[in-house]
Design a protein around this ligand. Structure first.
Ligand code: NAD
Length: 429
C-alpha cells in the first residue's frame, strides 16, 4: 500500500533555528543515504505522542502561578522511552520534540534497549524557592501519572534539574501507585535512593572517551592539546575536570553569566570551587573576561559546547578554530554550521554519540534498580568505557562505508537499528 508523501522540511532564506525542524533535517539526510523506505521514514521522523500539561502551583506568597509543561514520547520500538526533564524559560514543545527524537537516535547509536522521550517545564527555576520547586515537580509527576513507569517511559535530569528533582518524582510516582517504592521510574536519583555510582559524571566521562578516540584519529596528543568549554554545569564542568586530568590545557570556559580565558590554562578544581561559592565562573582570579560566544571561537584543539542548542550557527561556524568539536550539549550545531565545519576539516563528534554516556549509565542505573543489586564505581566506569569505545568505532565504520561525516554516520547506524526493530515488530493492527 502507498504511504503518505513526506512532509517537506521548510527551507527559509535565513537559518531556521527551530530545533524540531533541525532534527527532521538531520533525520532526512541520513534516511536518504540509508535508502530507508518512505513508510518507515514517516513513522520515525515524528514523535509517537506528545502531552501538554497545565500545572497550577501555590507560591510561597499565597498567589497561584500556572506553568505549561510537556512530555514527548518519540519512539519505543527498542524499549521504554528514556529522556531528561528540562526546567528553563525557553522550553517549547518543538524543543522537547527535538530532544525526544535525539534520545531515540542516541539510545540506538550506543545500542541500549531504550527509545526516546523528553520533558520540560517553562519556568525560571532560579527564581523559585525549594518549596515552590517541589510543588511544581510533584504536580508535574502527578500529571505524568500512568504515562511513565519503569517499563514505559523513564525520565532523568537535564538542564536545571537534578537528583533532588528526581527523588520528588520517584516519591510522587510511588505514592500514587500503591505506596510502593519504584526507583526504576526515574534515573539520576541520589545514590541512597537507588541511584548509580558514576551517573553524575557519566555524560562528561562518555564525552571524554569519544574525545580521546577522536584525538587519536586526528593525531592529537592530549598532553599538548588546548580545550575550550561552553557551559560549566554537570556536563561541562566535569568534562573540563577529566580533560585537565588527562593533561589537556583548558584555556576558556563559560556559563550563563559569560566566559573567562587564560592562555596558560585554568585550574579546574579551583574554578569549580570558585563557581560553587560565587555562582559563576566569572571573576576567577588570573583570567580575562570574554563573552560566552567568544569561547566558541577560542584558539584551541578541542571545543566542547556543553550548554544549549543553536550555539554554532551559520554566523560563527567559520570562526571556530578547534580541530575537534565534541557536542556534550544536545543540538549545539545547526545544519548550516555543520556543513561549514565539515568543509573546514573539523571532526564533529555528534551529540547522539558524544553525550550518550549519560543515558548509558542511566540504563545501568535502571538495570541495577530492577535487579536490586548495585555495582561499584569502577565496574560502572569500565562498562561505560566499553560502550563508548565500541560505539565510536561503530559510527566511524559507517562514516567510511557511506563516505559521510560522523553525524550522518551515527544517524545511519541508529536509524537502521530502530527501523529494523519497527519493521520486525510490524505495524499494529
Ligand atoms: P546544567 O544545568 O548542569 O548546566 C548548564 C550550564 O550551561 C550551566 O553552567 C549554565 O550556566 C550554562 N549556560 C546556560 N546558558 C548559557 C549560555 N548562553 N552560555 C554559556 N553557558 C550557558 O545542565 P547539563 O546537564 O550540564 O546540560 C548541558 C547540556 O548537556 C544540555 O544540552 C543537556 O541537554 C546536555 N546533556 C546533559 C546530560 C546530563 O546527563 N546532564 C546528558 C546528555 C546531554
Amino acid at each position: 500500500m502507498a504511504s503518505a508523501p513526506t512532509v517537506p522540511t521548510p527551507v527559509r532564506s535565513e537559518e531556521d533555528l527551530n530545533p524540531f525542524r533541525i532534527a527532521m533535517r538531520q533525520f532526512d539526510k541520513a534516511a536518504e543515504k540509508l535508502g530507508l523506505d518512505q513508510g518507515l521514514r514517516e513513522i520515525l521522523r515524528r514523535p509517537h505522542r506528545a502531552f501538554i500539561f497545565t500545572l497550577p502551583v501555590k507560591m510561597d506568597n499565597g498567589s497561584i502561578q500556572v506553568f505549561e509543561a510537556y512530555r514527548v514520547q518519540h519512539n519505543s520500538s527498542r524499549g521504554p522511552c528514556k529522556g531528561g526533564i528540562r526546567y528553563h524559560p525557553n522550553v517549547s514543545l518543538d524543543e522537547v520534540k527535538a530532544l525526544a527524537s535525539w534520545m531515540t537516535w542516541k539510545c540506538a547509536t550506543v545500542n541500549i534497549p531504550f527509545g526516546g522521550g523528553k520533558g520540560g517545564i517553562i519556568c525560571d527555576p532560579k527564581g523559585l524557592s525549594m518549596n515552590e520547586l517541589e510543588r511544581l515537580t510533584r504536580r508535574y509527576a502527578y500529571e505524568l501519572g500512568t504515562f511513565v513507569g519503569p517499563d514505559k517511559d523513564i525520565p532523568a535530569p537535564d538542564v536545571y534539574t537534578d537528583a533532588q528533582v528526581m527523588a520528588w518524582i520517584m516519591d510522587t510516582y510511588s505514592m500514587t501507585h500503591g505506596g510502593t517504592s519504584a526507583p526504576g521510574v526515574v534515573t539520576g536519583k541520589p545514590i541512597f535512593l537507588g541511584g548509580s555510582l558514576g551517573r553524575n559524571e557519566a555524560t562528561a566521562r562518555g564525552c571524554f572517551f569519544t574525545i580521546r578516540a577522536a584525538a587519536q584519529l586526528r593525531g592529537i596528543q592530549l598532553t599538548s592539546a588546548r580545550a575550550a568549554i561552553q557551559g560549566f554545569g554537570n556536563a561541562g564542568s566535569i568534562c573540563a575536570e577529566l580533560l585537565a586530568g588527562a593533561g589537556v590545557k583548558v584555556v576558556a570556559v563559560s556559563d550563563s553569566h559569560g566566559g573567562i580565558f587564560n592562555a596558560a590554562g585554568l585550574n579546574i578544581s579551583e574554578l569549580t570551587e570558585h563557581k560553587r561559592k560565587s555562582g559563576s565562573v566569572r571573576g576567577f582570579p588570573g583570567t580575562e573576561n570574554i563573552s560566552s560566544a567568544a569561547v566558541l571561537e577560542a584558539e584551541c584543539d578541542i571545543l566542547v559546547p556543553a550548554a544549549l542548542e543553536n550555539q554554532i550557527t551559520l554566523e560563527n561556524a567559520a570562526r571556530v578554530k578547534a580541530t575537534i568539536v565534541a557536542e556534550a550539549a544536545n543540538g549545539p550545531t545547526t545544519p548550516g554550521a555543520d556543513e561549514i565545519l565539515h568543509k573546514k576539516g573539523i571532526t564533529v563528534i555528534p551529540d547522539i554519540l558524544a553525550n550518550a554516556g549519560g543515558v548509558t549509565v542511566s540504563y545501568f542505573e535502571w538495570v541495577q534498580d530492577l535487579q536490586e543489586l548495585f555495582w561499584d564505581e569502577d565496574d560502572v566506569n569500565r562498562r561505560l568505557e566499553k560502550v563508548m569505545v565500541r560505539s565510536f568505532s561503530d559510527v566511524y565504520l559507517m562514516t567510511q562505508k557511506y563516505q559521510v561525516d560522523m553525524r550522518v554516520g551515527a544517524y545511519i547506524l541508529a536509524i537502521d537499528r530502530v527501523a529494523t526493530a519497527t519493521r520486525t515488530r510490524g505495524i499494529w493492527p
